[in-house]
Design a protein around this ligand. Structure first.
Ligand code: GRF
Length: 200
């Protein structure tokens, strides 16, 4: 049986699309069973709808506090009985309740622990870095602090701006995410301290 993925998005969803495309091959070992978002009207949700997948939106502003929002997100996600949650450009930090219930990976457009947070590409560029990249990591209670599963490097070019650099990172990021999620689903993973090993 393929592993059941719920993918969470906040934007254009090109990482989601890469997972959807990979999962058309039964040998991939995982299928996307639903896509959730923290906002309406985004291309990520449209991609899911075009793929015939159920979608749901859980907006922070519709709840009294973050804990209620987290409970609602947990309930919506849980309805799809996922084996793994993929945060693919999901711009919210999930709460304790969510993380106690589901394993989750996030993709981040920098080489963590450098440049965590929502403006990683801009921050790396402003710092004057020569090599950056992307990271797939397990999600813990912090902001981009969970154990690293895999990383790939991307060179910064002299004439890069935030948009051009982010596009080149995203091309590498999509491949890495597809590779890592597939391996996790096919072979399992274990965590020893901060060290993540793929395969039992
Ligand atoms: C990715 O670079 C992700 O790491 C970052 O936002 C981007 C999302 O891209 N947090 P997309 O929505 O998958 O196209």
């Amino acid at each position: 049986m393929p592993s059941r993925l719920v993918v969470l998005v906040s934007g254009t969803g090109t990482n989601l699309q890469a997972l959807l495309d990979a999962a058309t091959d039964p040998a991939y070992g995982a299928e996307v069973v639903a896509v959730g978002a923290d906002r309406d009207g985004i291309e990520g949700l449209a991609r899911a709808e075009r793929a015939g997948l159920p979608t749901f939106v859980v907006r922070v502003q519709d709840y009294d506090d973050r804990d209620d929002w987290d409970a609602a997100l947990t309930e919506n996600v849980g309805a799809y009985r996922p084996d793994l949650i993929v945060s693919a450009g999901f711009m919210k930090v999930v709460g304790k309740r969510f993380l106690e219930r589901f394993p989750m990976v996030n993709t981040h457009p920098a080489l963590l622990p450098s440049f965590p947070g929502a403006h990683a590409v801009r921050d790396a560029l402003d710092y004057g870095i020569a090599v950056t990249g992307c990271t797939v990591h397990l999600v813990d209670a912090g902001i981009d602090t969970g154990p690293i599963v895999a990383q790939r490097a991307v060179e910064v070019l002299d004439d890069d701006d935030e948009a051009s650099l982010h596009e080149r990172i995203k091309a590498v990021e999509r491949d890495l995410l597809v590779d890592v999620v597939g391996r996790m689903c096919r072979h399992g993973w274990s965590v020893n301290g901060r060290k993540v090993s793929l395969g039992e």
